[in-house]
Ligand binder design. Sequence first.
Ligand code: ZN
Length: 234
Amino acid sequence: MAVENETALVLFSGGQDSATCLAWALDRFARVETIGFDYGQRHLVELSCRENFRAGLGRLRPGWAARLGEDHIVDLGVLGAMSQTALTREVEMAMGAEGLPNTFVPGRNLIFLTFAAALAYRRGLKHIVTGVCETDYSGYPDCRDDTIKALQVAINLGMERRFVLHTPLMWIDKAETFALAERLGGPRLVDLIVEETHTCYVGTRDTRHEWGYGCGQCPACELRAAGFARFRRR
Ligand code: ZN
């Protein structure tokens, strides 16, 4: 695949989706930087997976190591302070009245992408990559394709730029996300994603399943486990 001679900024949380997006960007762009947000997640385990995964990608493909640039961590503690959700407080996960799980942090992706664009503006980058997906998401309205398209227009108008918001996972499910990783980096990339990424809402890493670490019970674990099983059956 031809590499565009441009730099991309990948929103990289340390979860399966953003990790796959990072490999996707390294396969496509001449240089790739990453941005992560610390907003007082109950469990910082996702953020601490990030360095291991970045290092693992570099070992997987020397060409990727050469393209992988700076990592930026942005402190968004104010977002956690404003949100009463199961991701940022010690509360049980449940479904809310609007049909949204209480893991929903209102406006989180809007805020993340706006901050990513502000960083991209400062660094002169055009491409912003995010792992949002409307196929088997938890109903988060800020993961929808229309939301991202509208935000791209708003950001470009508001910052007088021509940013492109890439969403390579928008129309694929978790099984197809594993398959995409296999196409990009072979079975070793799938192994790296299983071993070094984290999506569990509870943040536990003491149990290793064939699909990775996690409680095995929360919605994120259920999605990942079911996706991995379908991927293996292909
Ligand atoms: Zn879990």
